[in-house]
Design a protein around this ligand. Structure first.
Ligand code: ZN
Ligand code: ZN
Length: 351
């Protein structure tokens, strides 16, 4: 049974960073960072409901225009999150275009931007028909680390140091729903789209005694009704949900490590930048990036089950394998010090 979220890097590791996380059984996706997103199909981009921007260096935010171009004229609410200064950066982009015709649009496009500070969030809403002009000052809300909390999953963030504030993200699925095929056969049901509806009902936390209806033709010739709790206990196995981490553009400092390692602890899949080789640790330090060794060490210390490195400097275009090897060696060393069990280790971004 596939996981509920299947994260993948948007581009090759020498290109702009970004992570695309589609949901397995609904048309929806989450995006971490908006670099060059032209490698994603318009269909995939349009699935995005929430976009989390680590920081607004150009290689992490230039794709916003591409995204906006696609959603313009559609009925959609798109939620965006970014660090201190994000609202100003976003408004700068929005004010770069003329919007004299948008009040005629039939569809309602709404952008909601949340700017994350140490103790609070500033939330501003932009309506396309109002030419993206805010009608009131941003709302101030308390910030606790949790920035998106839904029945099926949550997204948390930490503020890291990259000379400017840079956000790290973690996405945690509450649980996974695995369907037992033999149990399905035992009660005479065949797989179909209704299984997705069942999983969604469980993620939505619907009451156990609520009625779950399987439409005619999906599992049997006639429609069938079950109590949700009874059906799920017979055919579904609930297992712990996966945790995905995304860390990019950070200094290798004790302060950052103290925040990152507990934050991504036990991640099933950690995506982490490795811009330079450790032979160029001095350049990495000047440019406020990690080396492959540092990235591997962080993954090992955090006990990540698998990890993917990305955001490589072009200087390694002929020696990419060195970065993977360096990260893997550091990971194995740090991981074995932290826990006796082995793990999957480094995964190349693009095979
Ligand atoms: Zn940066
Ligand atoms: Zn960058």
């Amino acid at each position: 049974m596939p996981a509920s979220f299947l994260p993948r890097l948007i581009s090759k590791p020498f290109q702009d960073p970004g992570l695309y996380i589609p949901f397995s059984f609904i048309k929806r996706a989450i995006i971490f960072d908006l670099g060059d997103i032209s490698h994603l199909s318009p269909k995939d981009i349009l699935k995005a409901s929430h976009v989390f921007i680590s920081h607004t260096h150009m290689d992490h935010f230039i794709g916003f225009d591409h995204l906006l171009r696609l959603v313009l004229g559609r009925t959609k609410k798109l939620c965006l999150y970014g660090p201190e200064g994000f609202i100003q950066n976003l408004e700068g982009k929005l004010s770069g275009y003329s919007w004299d015709l948008v009040e005629n649009y039939e569809n309602m496009l709404i952008l909601e931007a949340a700017e994350i500070h140490q103790t609070h969030l500033l939330v501003q809403t932009y309506i396309c028909r109002n030419r993206f002009q805010p009608t009131s000052p941003p709302l101030k809300k308390p910030f606790t680390g949790l920035i998106l909390d839904e029945p099926g999953f949550s997204v948390s963030t930490i503020i890291l140091d990259h000379s400017i504030p840079c956000l790290g993200f973690s996405m945690k699925e509450r649980f996974q729903v695995n369907i037992k095929k033999t149990a399905l056969q035992d009660i005479g049901l065949t797989p179909g789209p209704w299984l997705n509806d069942l999983k969604q009902a469980l993620f939505d936390n619907k009451p156990a005694d609520s009625i779950f209806k399987i439409p005619a033709g999906q599992a049997s010739p006639i429609a069938q009704c079950f109590k949700l709790g009874e059906l799920s206990s017979r055919i579904a196995k609930i297992t712990p949900g996966q945790k995905i981490g995304y860390i990019t553009d950070v200094r290798y400092t004790p302060e950052n490590l103290k925040k990152i390692i507990p934050f991504v602890q036990g991640a099933d899949h950690l995506f982490i930048e490795a811009a330079f080789s450790d032979a160029h640790a001095d350049i990495a330090s000047t440019k406020n990036h990690l080396t492959a060794r540092q990235a591997g060490e962080i993954c090992g210390k955090a006990g990540a089950k698998r990890f993917t490195i990305f955001h490589f400097s072009p200087r390694y275009s002929e020696t990419e394998a060195l970065l993977y090897q360096e990260a893997e060696d550091a990971y194995q060393k740090a991981f074995s010090n932290e826990t006796p069990s082995r793990s999957t280790g480094v995964i190349k971004a693009i095979e």
